[in-house]
Design a binder for this molecule. Structure first.
Ligand SMILES: *Cc1c(COP(=O)(O)O)cnc(C)c1O
Length: 415
């Protein structure tokens, strides 16, 4: 993969700690979904998030979302309020349980769940369905915190649990406190492109030891204490493997370094884009926010003219966004109901040609065909951001020289 500059690729510790922990697992024959690495990784994560929560390591962040919803009592026919501006892993697990995601739009400061619309949505769902939504899922999109004070105040007022989707916000803080520790549950992801990786994996931040025990029970097929298999509930096979956890333990030795690097890359983009008219870098809206800048993102003014924008969307893209090439359906048409502006697509293509991966912002869930019938509370913010935005390379392999080159190429394609 040499030469091409990617958004965020996994990078192992220089000391090779990941291999050391994996070797230990082989040497002691702990090649199973439990063991010393799983326990050690959970302990590392517990300290990382402040020491007063419990952690369950799982096979994916999506599994963590699924089990947290289960623990909040989500059942067939229930509604869950989910931030619309997100990756599908925030909302899909609601449907796994037979529930309905109710989508709430974003506010323009953090780009995350709008607290005003959230309260409107809760009131309206109570009127329309006669019952309260079972949980509220705000998302730390690209690492940026949500307005947690306002969201927690509303959640407390209506007594609805908050599940923080901090999959992209590993190590981000609000008022100095790590994301994922404000709500009842917190989601972490260790997919290959996240802040740290276990090749694939996730974790659930739990309020206490009892909650952790219950999550572990459901993550290991819900077995009862008998000398034979006895099942009284439906469970899942979601525990993290001891091999993956070994990678995670190694990654924890460089987690702070990775986060500092992403923030450094943000500062460089800020400096180099200072005079770029029509391009706005998304940054912490106030001192209270402390984003990990997992992905740095820019907005393009719709009036900005980018070379080749007349030819945007003329050819079908091969494969899909996010490394899923080979497992996609053929696109039915060149256009969909809502897509990034032509200048954004032209810039994406120009950067691609220059060996730079960039990506449109995530298409809001309320605009996805699969959710066309779901209730939504909109203000146009996420749709407008989606049309104007682009994610830029930000990961641990991106060098200062890369950032200079990326900005040079960005400026070169503007007419
Ligand atoms: C990555 C991600 C998840 C979890 O994804 P996994 O790939 O299953 O670990 C959840 N929510 C958001 C917003 C994400 O970006």
């Amino acid at each position: 993969m040499a030469n091409r500059i990617y958004l965020c690729l996994a990078r192992m510790s220089k000391a090779g700690m990941e291999q050391k922990y994996i070797q230990e697992a082989f040497d002691t024959n702990w090649v199973v979904p439990l063991g010393p690495n799983v326990n050690g990784f959970e302990e590392d994560l517990k300290q990382f998030v402040g020491g007063n929560k419990e952690i369950v390591a799982l096979s994916a962040g999506t599994a963590a979302v699924h089990l947290s919803l289960l623990a909040c009592g989500v059942q067939f026919g229930d509604e869950v309020i989910v931030q619309s501006f997100t990756f599908c892993a925030s909302s899909h697990p609601v449907t796994y349980l037979g529930g309905t995601p109710v989508f709430v739009d974003s506010e323009p400061d953090s780009w995350n769940m709008d607290p005003v619309l959230l309260e409107e949505a809760i009131e309206d769902r109570i009127v329309k369905t006669g019952k309260k939504p079972k949980a509220i899922v705000p998302v730390a999109l690209y690492g940026m915190s949500y307005k947690i004070d306002e969201i927690m105040a509303i959640a407390d007022k209506y007594d609805i649990p908050v599940i923080e989707d901090a999959a992209e916000g590993f190590g981000s803080r609000y008022d100095g406190k790590v994301l994922g520790t404000f709500g009842k549950y917190g989601i972490l992801s260790f997919n290959g492109n996240k802040m740290i990786t276990t090749s694939g994996g996730g974790a659930l931040i739990c309020p206490d030891a009892d909650a952790k025990k219950e999550i572990m029970y459901y993550a290991t097929q819900a077995r009862e204490a008998y000398p034979y298999y006895q099942h009284e509930h439906i469970g899942y096979n979601y525990r993290m493997s001891n091999i993956c956890a070994g990678i995670g333990r190694g990654q924890m030795t460089v987690a702070d370094e990775h986060i500092a690097h992403h923030k450094h890359i943000c500062k460089l983009y800020e400096l180099l884009l200072t005079d770029a008219n029509g391009i706005t870098l998304h940054e912490n809206p106030s001192e209270r926010y402390d984003s990990n800048y997992w992905l740095n993102t820019i907005l393009l003014d719709p009036n900005l003219h980018v070379v080749g924008e007349e030819h945007a969307y003329e050819i079908a893209v091969q494969g899909a966004v996010g490394g899923a090439a080979g497992v996609t359906h053929q696109a039915a048409s060149l256009h969909t109901n809502c897509e990034p502006n032509n200048n954004v697509e032209a810039m994406r293509m120009a950067l691609d040609k220059a060996g730079i991966e960039s990506r449109p912002l995530w298409k809001p869930m309320h605009l996805q065909p699969v959710y066309k019938n779901n209730p939504r509370y909109e203000n146009g913010v996420s749709e407008s951001l989606f049309k104007r935005g682009l994610c830029l390379p930000s990961g641990p392999w991106v060098t200062d020289e890369d950032v200079q080159y990326i900005v040079k190429e960005i400026l070169a394609c503007i007419e």
